[in-house]
Design a protein around this ligand. Structure first.
Ligand code: MN
Length: 412
């Protein structure tokens, strides 16, 4: 018998693959032969492991959490279960003893359909990048202070529409609505002419909390399971006319795209970094100077339009941490539910090439960017926006985040 080449097994992921066994993000997939049967999958290289089938084949106690059509049971199971399941999965995809059982349960990534991996409960979006908030302030309030007086005292956020969170790959229909510029005598109705993106990171809540009981900074990892890239599509013209005095509404609620893969926080231990220095003291419930959970995450995001990278927003520059956002979101006693999703707000760094929205990149349309597909101020029908990201992993590896992608379609 000829000797097997070292790369004949899908489990032999190439060295340096950002989706190697150090990553193992979770998703939900179906196959063409059984399109109705949604199953929890774990990504390894360019394959998806049917995690529930693997658990059943190996007689694992986690079959009940994994042989499911959504991630919700696993999310609800809590931190100890998350750790144990991840440990088991790591053994299944790396140990030669399991190879014969596991290999037949792998599906090529290109042969499966990926679905929204969890039922989104509540959806909140923050505004936690100082560079983004400063840019937006300069654009919309050129005569005032760039940051509002509250900005460095609390992570600003709003409640969005969870029912319109869609999985990567879903087309986004250009929204219509009212718009009125200061020069217009009256509002007009029609398709948005300033359709934009916001490159963000979305945090997924697993363990619920009790109504009336705030979740402190130190409890962050007991409640938040993982994260994924998030695109908060934004119609700037609708937003500008409607947002005073109650904040974002129809300019945001038509669609929010998330990656099909949720990266567990446990895969991002090496990506933890210090937050940028603060120049304004915060109230005790937001003061993380002594907390183990202090700090940010070194996620390097890439934002492209029609395959061309237009910016690279660094998540490490965010002013507020995900733990501070969670603490603030619950400090009034509002409870968490499994599947709650909260976005970080647009990630923008200090440099021009690190801005996470077209609003900033084109300075509200006054400085168009050049693409091979033509000049852009805001998005045109047919444009496809893709966010990708990676983070430092163990031993010099990279942890890839699942991409989030969407194409703009006209109403037809
Ligand atoms: Mn946003």
């Amino acid at each position: 018998m000829p000797e097997q080449s070292p790369l004949t097994s899908a489990l032999d992921v190439a060295e340096g693959d950002p989706f190697g066994p150090h990553n193992l993000p979770y998703g939900v997939f179906s196959t063409a032969d059984a399109p109705e049967r949604r199953r929890v999958g774990v990504r390894i290289g360019n394959h998806v492991l049917d995690a529930g089938a693997a658990a059943l084949a190996l007689g694992s106690p986690y079959a009940q959490l994994l042989a499911q059509p959504s991630l919700n049971p696993l999310l609800a199971a809590g931190r100890t279960a998350w750790r144990d399941v991840r440990r088991a999965l790591t053994a299944w995809v790396t140990s030669p003893a399991h190879r014969e059982d596991i290999e037949p349960l792998l599906h090529p990534l290109g042969a499966v359909t990926l679905h929204l991996p969890y039922e989104v409960a509540d959806y909140v979006d923050f505004y936690a990048s100082e560079h983004h908030a400063t840019n937006v302030g300069r654009i919309f309030r050129p005569d005032g202070d760039a940051l509002t007086p509250n900005w460095k005292h609390l992570p600003i956020g709003y409640h969005g529409r969870s029912g319109t969170v869609v999985v990567s790959g879903t087309d986004v229909v250009r929204p219509s609505g009212q718009r009125k510029t200061p020069a217009d005598a009256a509002p007009v109705f029609g398709p948005s002419v300033k359709l934009d993106i916001e490159a963000e990171v979305g945090f997924v809540v697993g363990t619920p909390s009790e109504l009336g009981k705030p979740v402190g900074l130190a409890e962050f990892r007991d409640h938040v399971f993982g994260l994924s890239l998030l695109n908060d599509w934004s119609a700037r013209d609708l937003q500008a006319w409607e947002y005073v005095p109650l904040g974002p509404f129809l300019g945001k609620s038509f669609a929010t795209s998330v990656s099909a893969w949720v990266t567990p926080l446990e895969a991002l231990e090496e990506a933890r970094v210090a937050l940028p220095a603060r120049d304004v003291p915060v109230l005790p419930y937001l003061d993380d100077s002594d907390e183990e959970e202090a700090g940010g995450l070194d996620l390097r995001i890439s934002f492209s339009i029609n395959g061309v990278v237009v910016s690279e927003p660094p998540f490490s520059t965010m002013y507020w941490s995900a733990a501070q956002m969670l603490a603030h979101m619950t400090v009034n006693g509002a409870s968490l539910r499994t599947g709650d999703l909260y976005g970080s707000g647009t990630v923008s760094g200090a440099e021009t090439g690190q801005r996470g929205s077209l609003l900033e990149l084109t300075w509200n349309g006054t400085e168009p960017i050049e693409l091979p597909t033509g000049k852009r101020t805001f998005l045109e029908d047919g444009d496809e926006v893709t966010l990708t990201a990676w983070a430092p992993g163990p031993d010099g590896t990279k942890v890839g985040l699942g991409e989030v992608s969407g194409r703009i379609v006209g109403r037809g």
